[in-house]
Design a protein around this ligand. Sequence first.
Ligand code: FEO
Length: 171
Amino acid sequence: MLTKQMQEALNRQVQIEAQSSQVYLAMASWAEIQPGIDNVTAFFYRHSDEERMHMLKLIHFINERGGFAVVPSLEQPTLTYPSIKHAFKELLNHEVMVSESINNLVDIALQEKDYATHNFLQWYVAEQIEEESLARTLNDKLEMIGDEKSGLYLFDQDILNVSVEGESTNM
Ligand code: FEO
């Protein structure tokens, strides 16, 4: 059974994951109308779907542990970006924020000696390591490319090979 504090903290994470999905969906829609970055577009759409999966996983856990998962209202995300580089920088910053939030949940679980929730959260801890690492790699590549169009073409080809570890198998 979840404590009130743990339940509220997990519900805040439901909101963060839902908002993340919304942020990446907006990136995908913006990318889709830019020329020549079809694979980047697909990456953002896929990332948005993954965040929705992260949210659903939390909703099921909260309800299964005797709590009530609250479906949150969302903020309008940023709709346009000055460049692809800016979008990926935002993606990295966003993932760092999510990691901090997950770490905070782990802290609460430990304080409460709620080992079931602690165990559940380990999936998110591992996922955040993957996501932050991927975001850093992509930012580093964009930094090397600079503003060259040909580099961007290669980046778009390259991102085809990128997949977040366990993206559809760990639900
Ligand atoms: Fe679900 Fe990318 O954090």
